[in-house]
Write a protein that binds this ligand. Structure first.
Ligand SMILES: Cc1cc(NC(=O)CCC(=O)O)nc(C)c1Br
Ligand SMILES: [Fe+3]
Length: 243
């Protein structure tokens, strides 16, 4: 069918392995984050972008949750992104599915050598769009309280992005380091970073439409422990209400 993916996978499995071993693992160990350009290649990157634009046009993107509990501040000043979750198997999201297949391979190559625990699970893909009204995303940590998320993986889709004019830079403040890392959300760029307190980050105000796809990879042990804590806490709260 027209939608069949041109399986010209940009990086072969052996290239992904070389990338993981020679570049990603050393960077994650040394600095805690890593990004590379031309992850999927022009053709497949464009397919992902066109599918994300279609998701946006179809009105499927909803307002991102508030970072702080409805603190009265106008919503768009805390988080201006509009989001939609995709597993990558939906009609019209085949290219997102292909991106996830590539990141799954890459992450499993990395975490197998980086962590004592395996990374077996991940979230769905979160398709995000900052509408370009000056909204950004306040400085935050993705996983401050051991909810299981260990690697944040963001794929950027913005052609001809000029940070001087459009803003929208992702600024990471690596814990304990004297520098910040400014990452422009460029087309076909993949960014990986530890999701915990090592990497507070913010999205600076964006003045053009800014698309990104984020997926979080879970450390199975930490995820299981977080679920246990959640079960205990809800059990105890139920017991208190019945008593
Ligand atoms: C839903 C959600 C999104 C994000 N996104 C970013 O940090 C922006 C990254 C970028 O687009 O460069 N972070 C958290 C902790 C949650 Br929750
Ligand atoms: Fe974040």
């Amino acid at each position: 069918s027209r939608n069949r993916m041109p399986f010209l996978q940009h990086l072969t499995d052996s290239q992904l392995e070389q990338l993981a071993l020679e570049r990603i693992i050393p960077a994650l160990l040394d600095r805690g984050f890593f990004y590379l350009d031309r992850f999927l290649g022009e053709a497949v990157g464009r397919m992902v972008l066109s599918q994300v634009k279609q998701i946006h046009r179809s009105g499927a993107l909803s307002d991102g949750q508030l970072a702080g509990r409805g603190s009265g501040v106008c919503k768009s000043h805390i988080r201006g992104d509009k989001i939609a979750w995709r597993s990558g198997t939906e009609r019209g999201s085949e290219a997102v599915g292909f991106l996830l297949k590539q990141t799954d391979k890459l992450i499993s190559l990395c975490t197998g050598r980086l962590r004592k625990n395996t990374v077996r699970e991940r979230s769905k893909a979160m398709v995000a769009c900052y509408p370009g009204n000056g909204a950004g995303y306040v400085k935050h940590v993705d996983n401050p309280n051991a909810d299981g998320r260990c690697v944040t993986c963001i794929y950027y889709l913005n052609k001809n992005w000029n940070a001087k004019e459009h803003g929208g830079v992702l600024r990471i403040f690596p814990e304990g380091k004297s520098y910040v890392a400014d990452i422009e959300p460029l087309f076909d760029r993949l960014l990986l970073f530890w999701s915990d307190r090592r990497n507070p980050h913010e999205v600076q105000p964006s003045f053009a439409t800014r698309y990104a796809i984020t997926v979080w990879y879970f450390d199975s042990e930490e995820r299981a422990e977080a679920k246990r804590r959640f079960r205990d806490s809800t059990a105890s709260s139920q017991s208190s209400t019945t008593s």
